[in-house]
Design a protein around this ligand. Sequence first.
Ligand SMILES: [Zn+2]
Length: 109
Amino acid sequence: MQKVYAHPDIGMVHLAKNALANHGIAAIIKGEHLASVAGGGSAWNEAWVELWVADDAQAQEAARIIDEATLPDGATDDAPWTCPSCGETVEAQFAVCWNCGHEQPEASA
Ligand SMILES: [Zn+2]
């Protein structure tokens, strides 16, 4: 067992776990229940959700896969997108338009 990733946002940890699953690497999430009840006075880092791989030999590859999954090289991923429905500019982290609710179109890249 080896920890390969930790993030305070459970969604990011699930993203990383799914990326590993796509590569056939089994991973285990730890601390998920702790994060869900955070706010009970625990230190900030104790609320971080951790991702562990069962096989230490896969840890290095797992870390690389997670890097690619969570830190895309393409700078365009951070670029705001323009809603095709209403023309509003929407920040990259939102998957739907804040103005009209239209879903972000598939990236052309
Ligand atoms: Zn819109």
